[in-house]
Design a binder for this molecule. Structure first.
Ligand SMILES: Cc1cc2nc3c(=O)[nH]c(=O)nc-3n(C[C@H](O)[C@H](O)[C@H](O)COP(=O)(O)OP(=O)(O)OC[C@H]3O[C@@H](n4cnc5c(N)ncnc54)[C@H](O)[C@@H]3O)c2cc1C
Length: 567
């Protein structure tokens, strides 16, 4: 038997934030992580939290007010606005950011990213980015950090930030871009020679790396390869967890509480089929181990899985490369190509159906609304060579392997392209003609692309007069199939403003907390801005830890063996 103050189930962003906070508040903390790696979905992510009124945006010269944030969230969430949990988030979010920056290695930077909806109260830079991190800072522990997905890196292990992409594209035509690229590549090559891989951690991998380093430094006990199997309950209260360690089931008791932070159910086929629209055609980007363990443990203890959200996941369009060995590479079209000038997305007939530069949430919602399970990104050769299409990177990378693998469809004319993707040649030709005519007038009367803050921000900042509107150029033409996909589930357990899990009658289940994707999203399947998952995940992890530090519970009589970190 093991006894500690706090047990955290899951070493992702919510779990590690909670663990660091609890430890800094003087509690003894055990994090059990099912896989060999810490970081969870967060290690694959953009590493961006959305936190209104944060100090980082203020220091960078952006303004925000509490009133504006509330107005905006009311406008986006409508009837789904939960005053208790939103108030808790807006109160504690900025405080959590400061706490983490002052007490850990976790540091953020401002970016001029607008909120995703053009609604009253919208602001710029509520979305922050994690500062890049040097993998060497993790030393031997780097092996315990979940690696980034290979398809989101260059040359197997070069992690890029959004701000690297433009310089990389322009490296041969602009001196500052050349200098930026040369520095990046020199560092990468040196790293490869010395360590066999790129050591620069960017985006979500930087966030996960920073959290892991901080948890180790704070003295959190971190056990990887240790899944939680059961909750230990006593008279309706949660007292601990049965974990599986080194092939043995061990009971661990928590004096202050247990936090469910196992990262939702994106990889659970049965739950996906039950809850996600068009599940058979949907591609999840979550790690294979995120199968709803925390939610199911919580439901077993009397908690409630909320099924009344506006959406079940953070959506993103996904293209898929089927490799000759039978494996698949999934590429999330979050922003890199979709919003760039010179491409459109069309349905099975060959008609546009959405603002291609809109948020990933809204783009896939439009697919759902129209029942589309395959759409095509369409562009001419100049676009492909300038911006790339999914896994097919821009020049000087070669697109031929992707054409040969059937990932990209190539044709000399739009009519031939339409025939190859099963669309109507006359319809596709007319769609392109109409789009190009409107581009010449710098308008998109059909879907408003290039007029909203999101598509303007995500487009090519050097493209005039509109960053997101550009004509479909000359052939050959390319089509890339995209399907609905998800960056993570958002349906989770009902909780209160202290992250405590509630039962069907709305009563607190003593000793049980949930954060991250195990907690029903405060955004309820809507997506106000980039980072609307990680921001609340970190904030409610922090809130749960704060509450546990105030929640004195009678110690049991069990002897306490010393916990030893094995990470
Ligand atoms: C490509 C991509 C980009 C994204 N970009 C962003 C972004 O920029 N901003 C944003 O807000 N969101 C983003 N997301 C979504 C975001 O990463 C997740 O919503 C977030 O990381 C969820 O955090 P979590 O702590 O709940 O879960 P996770 O980070 O997934 O952590 C859960 C951990 O629990 C472990 N676990 C599971 N079961 C058990 C068990 N039984 N016992 C012990 N451990 C267990 C898992 O192995 C995992 O390590 C992105 C997602 C993807 C895929």
């Amino acid at each position: 038997m093991i006894e500690t103050d706090v047990i955290v189930i899951g070493g992702g962003v919510a779990g590690l934030t909670a663990a660091i906070t609890a430890r800094k508040l003087g509690l003894e903390v055990l994090v059990v992580e099912k896989t060999p790696w810490f970081g969870g979905t967060a290690a694959f992510s953009g590493g961006a939290p959305w936190i209104p009124c944060n100090h980082v945006m203020r220091e960078a010269g952006f303004s925000d007010t509490r009133e504006a944030a509330e107005t905006y969230l009311h406008a986006v969430l409508g009837d789904l606005y939960d005053p208790v949990r939103i108030t808790a988030f807006l109160d504690a979010g900025p405080e959590m950011l400061k706490f983490m920056e002052q007490n850990s290695e976790v540091h953020f930077k401002s970016v001029p990213m607008p909120d995703y909806e053009m609604k009253p109260g919208a602001a710029v830079s509520r979305t922050l980015l994690t500062k890049e991190y040097d993998g060497l800072r993790l030393g031997d522990q780097l092996k315990n950090l979940r690696p980034q997905m290979s398809q989101l890196m260059l040359f197997g292990s070069l992690q890029l930030e959004g701000s690297d992409i433009h310089p990389l594209r322009k490296a041969l035509t602009s001196w500052p871009a050349f200098k930026h690229t040369a520095k990046l590549m020199t560092r990468f090559v040196a790293s490869r020679i010395a360590h066999g891989r790129g050591m620069r951690l960017a985006n979500g991998n930087a966030l996960a790396g920073r959290l892991l380093r901080s948890a180790i430094d704070a003295g959190v006990t971190l056990w990887n390869n240790t899944p939680a199997r059961e909750l230990v309950t006593e008279a309706g209260a949660v007292r601990g967890v049965v974990i599986e360690k080194d092939g043995r089931r061990v009971q661990a008791t928590a004096r202050r509480g247990v936090l469910l932070a196992s990262g939702g159910f994106g990889a659970n086929a049965e739950m996906r089929a039950k809850y996600i629209p068009f599940a058979a055609h949907h591609w999840s980007l979550q790690p294979d181990e995120n199968v709803g363990d925390g939610i199911n443990l919580g439901v077993g203890a009397g908690g409630v899985l909320n099924v009344d959200n506006a959406g079940e996941c953070i959506w993103t369009p996904v293209s898929v490369l089927r490799k000759s060995d039978g494996s698949v590479l999934k590429y999330p079209h979050i922003f890199i190509d979709r919003a760039m000038p010179g491409s459109i997305a069309v349905d099975s007939e060959g008609k546009r159906f959405a603002n291609e530069g809109g948020s990933y949430q809204n783009f896939v919602k439009a697919m759902h609304d129209k029942g589309l399970t395959t759409v095509h990104l369409i562009a001419g050769r100049e676009f492909l060579r300038s911006y790339g299409m999914g896994l097919a990177r821009p020049a000087p990378f070669d697109e031929k392997p992707y054409v040969e693998a059937g990932y990209l469809v190539e044709a000399q004319t739009l009519e031939a392209l339409a025939t190859r993707i099963g669309a109507d040649p006359a319809v596709l030709k007319a769609t392109v003609q109409r789009f190009n005519d409107n581009v010449a007038k710098n308008v998109d009367p059909d879907f408003g692309r290039g007029a909203d803050a999101h598509s303007l921000f995500r487009g090519d900042q050097s493209h005039k007069p509109n960053t997101s509107l550009g004509a479909i150029g000359a052939g050959p033409y390319y089509a890339l199939a995209m399907h609905p996909g998800d960056l993570s589930t958002v349906m989770g357990l009902d909780t209160d403003g202290e992250a405590r899990v509630l039962d069907r009658a709305g009563r607190v289940i003593p000793g049980l907390y949930a954060a991250g994707l195990d907690m029903n999203s405060i955004m309820r399947g809507l997506y106000p801005g980039g980072g609307s998952s990680i921001g609340p995940a970190m904030t409610f992890g922090y809130i749960a830890a704060q509450h546990m530090s105030r929640n004195e519970r009678p110690p049991t009589t069990t002897a306490r063996p010393q916990l030893q970190a094995v990470a």
